[in-house]
Each structure stands twice: as structure tokens, then as C-alpha cells.
Design a protein around this ligand. Structure first.
Ligand SMILES: *Cc1c(COP(=O)(O)O)cnc(C)c1O
Length: 329
């Protein structure tokens, strides 16, 4: 495997695990008998939905914020994500008694603003786009010394997500393949590094939606690229990877064995499948991993497969719509 310029190590992941233990609990890995039967090997669901915020992003946010100095904590943290990362930053900051500012464009839906407020975040409205909110965040950093918590391209965030890899090694001794929803790549970088450092024969599959798969297209182009965002059920997988990406582009290139892209109708079908067979609500991003299995998009070796069930934050109106068009196979 190619040497990386910048390195997040397995020691960093162990440190993350220790640092986070006061606020993050280990999550269950449960076998799905119906999926095991369909695929012909044991399939485990790694339930990152059980965190308080309903998604894995609390791991990276917790490790990053806990690694700040006393001085930095006093000045506070900032983010411009309104999705699972923004919720995670607000949640962790509240637990630690740190002030969190979320920069939000005036176009963000009220329901999202309300749930961030409920977590005690300080909301700053700025401009009409995500870009303007991001710029405001940088001003807060320069002028007021707030620390901007990056959603994926940060060593502490990557190490935090990597703790999922340690838990998989402990709980699934026969593990041979892991299916990881992929956007900015913090999750895949952390899990991939943690697993392959221990056992290079474990296969890592990255899954994205067909529309706006920015990491996938960037890897093909050999450098970070920009793409327009299209509507998708996997909204948590939207967003660029950063034109000046420092860590995750190289790490995903190094640790991902194969990439799979899932069309929208299969994401919908997989969300409904999980409600039908497991009585579990998944958001579209998490359902891409299930779709990769149901659609036979991957050829596996022997041994157990783990699918990272990354989150369950989806509007019930979306769930309703999906159930209406569900067609049980
Ligand atoms: C952020 C997120 C992902 C992708 O994680 P990256 O580190 O950006 O690749 C997948 N699923 C859910 C639910 C997310 O919130």
C-alpha cells in the first residue's frame, strides 16, 4: 500500500477511544438473519443509530472537541453543518459545557434550526447559501478564536470514526468485509485504517448514491473535483470533499477496495425493506449499504460482512412516501 503524506495512526484511534469513553458508548453489532440468508454469509448491522443524535458523527466530534486545550474550549467551537455533523457538534459541546455556534443560511428549514436550538446551540443566521455560512464560520475563527470543527477532513475526526473499526474487530471475529456509506470519507478513512492495520485481508467497500458521488468522481479524476448537488434520499452523503482536501482523499484511495453507486429507487426500496423486516427506520445514506447487499452489487469472499448503519435522521413524511411505493419482493 502506498505511503501517506499525512498519517492518522492506529495509536490515534486507541487514544480516541479512551478520550471519548466518558460520553460515547459502544454500539451493538447484531446479525440480520434475513440478510445473512439472502447473501449466503453472516451479515451484521453495526447500529450507529443508537447514539443520542441518531448518527455516528458524535464520535469524531467528541474526539476532536475533547482534544482541544482548556483555552480553546473557553473560546468555543463553530460549525456550518445543519445535518448530522452540526447536531453532533452541538450535542458534544452541550455535554462538555462548551459554547457551540452554528452558522446557518436563511434557507435552512425551521425544523432543523429548532432541533439545533434544542441542543443548546447558538444560531447565527448569515446569507442565503451554505457557502456564505461557511465563510462566516471562518470569520468567527479568525476574529474570535472559535475552533471550526470540520465534518471529515481532520485527523481527530477520522480517528474518532475509526473507533467503529476497533469495535467491529472485538465483536465480529470472522469479519471479512465491511460496507461503509461514503461522502467526505472521514468514516471510511477511520474504519479502513483501523481494520487494515490489524488485518489487511478485510475488504472495504464504499457506497454512495449515483447522483453527486463526489469522492468517487474525484478518485477517478485523480484530484478533488466539484459537482452540482442533485436531490437524493441520501442527503447526508451530499457535499464536496474540499478542493484542498488534506487527509480523506488519500486515505480513501489507500483503504477502499471497491466502490459501489446506488440508484435512488434502490435506496427507497432498502429503506422500506428495513422497516418491513427489521422494524428499523434508516435514513437514505445508511440504506445505501443495505442496497449494496440486496442488489448483489458486491462479490464477497467468505466470512462475515458488517454494514455500517450510519444514521436514522429522516423526515417521517419521506418514510411515509417510501412505504406507499414499496413493493415487497
Ligand atoms: C456523514 C454521514 C455519512 C458519510 O460520512 P463521511 O465521513 O462524510 O464519508 C454517512 N451516513 C450518514 C448518516 C452521515 O451523516
Amino acid at each position: 500500500m502506498k505511503e501517506l503524506k499525512t498519517n492518522v495512526t492506529i495509536q490515534n484511534v486507541w487514544e480516541a477511544r479512551k478520550r471519548m469513553s466518558s460520553i460515547i458508548s459502544k454500539t451493538p453489532a447484531v446479525e440480520s438473519f434475513i440478510l445473512s440468508e439472502k447473501v449466503g454469509r453472516p451479515v451484521y448491522l453495526k447500529l450507529e443509530t443508537v447514539h443520542d443524535t441518531g448518527a455516528f458523527k458524535v464520535r469524531g466530534a467528541a474526539n476532536k472537541i475533547l482534544s482541544l486545550t482548556e483555552e480553546e474550549r473557553k473560546r468555543g467551537v463553530a460549525t456550518y453543518s445543519t445535518g448530522n455533523h452540526g447536531m453532533a457538534v452541538a450535542y458534544v459541546a452541550k455535554k462538555l459545557g462548551i459554547k457551540a455556534t452554528v452558522c446557518i443560511s436563511n434557507r435552512v428549514p425551521k425544523a432543523k434550526v429548532d432541533s439545533l436550538k434544542r441542543l443548546g446551540a447558538f444560531i447565527e443566521f448569515c446569507g442565503e447559501s451554505q457557502d456564505e455560512a461557511g465563510e462566516r464560520c471562518l470569520v468567527l475563527e479568525r476574529k474570535h478564536g472559535l475552533t471550526v470543527i470540520e465534518p471529515f477532513d481532520d485527523p481527530e475526526v477520522i480517528a474518532g470514526q475509526g473507533t467503529i473499526g476497533l469495535e467491529l474487530l472485538e465483536d465480529i471475529p470472522a469479519l471479512k468485509d465491511v460496507v461503509v456509506p461514503l461522502s467526505g470519507g472521514g468514516l471510511l478513512s477511520g474504519i479502513g485504517m483501523a481494520l487494515k492495520t490489524n488485518d489487511p485481508s478485510i475488504g472495504i467497500t464504499g457506497v454512495s448514491m449515483v447522483e453527486s458521488a463526489v469522492m468517487y468522481e474525484s478518485l477517478r479524476a485523480g484530484k478533488p473535483i466539484k459537482m452540482p448537488e442533485k436531490d437524493t434520499l441520501a442527503d447526508s452523503l451530499l457535499g464536496g470533499i474540499g478542493m484542498d482536501n488534506r487527509y480523506t482523499f488519500d486515505m480513501v484511495q489507500k483503504y477502499m477496495d471497491r466502490a459501489v453507486l446506488i440508484p435512488e429507487d434502490e435506496i427507497a426500496q432498502s429503506m422500506a425493506f428495513m422497516i418491513d423486516h427489521h422494524r428499523m427506520i434508516l435514513e437514505g445514506a445508511a440504506a445505501t449499504g443495505i442496497a449494496a447487499l440486496l442488489g448483489n452489487h458486491i462479490e464477497y469472499k467468505d466470512g462475515a460482512i458488517a454494514v455500517i448503519i450510519t444514521g436514522h435522521n429522516v423526515d417521517l413524511t419521506v418514510v411515509q412516501r417510501i412505504l406507499n411505493t414499496y413493493n415487497p419482493a
